[in-house]
Ligand binder design. Sequence first.
Ligand code: ADP
Length: 408
Amino acid sequence: VIDRILIVGASQAGLQVAVSLRELGFTGSIALVGDETHAPYQRPPLSKAYLAGKATVETLSLRTPEFYTEHGIELLTGTRVTALDLDAGKATAERGEQLGFDQVALTTGAQVRRLKVPGADLAGVVYLRDLTDADHLAALMPAARSVVVVGGGFIGLEAAAVARAAGKDVTVVETAPRLIARAVAPLVSDFYREAHERRGTRILLDRSVASLTAADGRVTAANLDDGTTLAADLVVVGIGVDARTELAAAAGLTVDRGVVVDPHARTSDPRVVAAGDCTVLPHPAAPGQLIRLESVQNAVDQSRVAAATLLGQQAVYDAVPWFWSDQDDLKLQIAGLSMGYDHVVVRGDTEKERFSALYYRDRRLIAADSVNRAPDYMVVRRALAAGHTIPAELATNTDVSLKSLLRP
Ligand code: ADP
């Protein structure tokens, strides 16, 4: 019998495993252990509404303190698990605490990649991953005049949009030849460059920060590889994250840029499941390929499957991925996985900042990026879930509703 389940990592995924275990009728003990000092909270608003001062810690919180006691979830914050002995069924935490378990869920998330240039440790150089980071950045923002954002991915662009809306002089420095290259097609990257430039943000592509200059221990300038120097009293670094796999690797689980899981969220050891940002999973349409999905959707849906697997129930992770990013008044919603597309069509008007990019592979719809066109996103998400497609040549006509174009 399974009496004790240990969940390592107390964020969106870890909490969801605990909640789903109870929903599925598990009556044994659940320990939800995390190294952050806060109870589980929503991370996405940190670089959006929270940074802009439009959300509070209370609104970010995923559950009330009472929820944990009412559901018999033992929440241990500020506790870092340092070792897992799967055979002995024992975990050890940083201060020597021992936690016994029958099965484990790893929901350890991801950590920011650090900028490795001279001056990267100076005061005024900040990251944006957890609440502590966001509070630190929010405290520095009001006095800042010139903000350099390193990395033109989602985090960098969201932070840039908040800083620009607050009247700062903002420059984004991106090493790749285009923005958000990991997630979107070139035409969407171009759209975002122009949209940020229209709002007064400087976008520098194909450039990297070579060093940071200081005065009195605080950053004052960013020196780029092409010899340019940018004044900077605040440097926000958003150059991506890496899965936190130390614990899994040390416990002997298979790791490949993330904890490797199957469609049941099972790791290479039958006693351990894993879910959320720390995992790599088989691409639903290209099973030989492992992908990492950094999203709330993945954290929630994969954790539901992980909970069922822990209880010996058959569950398969086949949810349609979705994601969003808010940059100023641009609301981007992504449905599906565009990876491996061979054709893109645009529906709507990029100039008016209202359009959807629809991605195809072998003439079938596989994904869409919608900017300020929520209805398109909804139709595509439902279509993908139902296994439907929308003919590319008809999708561009905005006089015709997308819904009316659905085909099996
Ligand atoms: P995040 O979640 O931090 O936004 P992404 O992977 O979406 O992560 O974006 C990170 C971006 O940072 C990518 O566009 C990548 O090309 C860029 N990048 C990576 N390293 C550097 C660097 N040293 N300087 C500038 N940009 C970088």
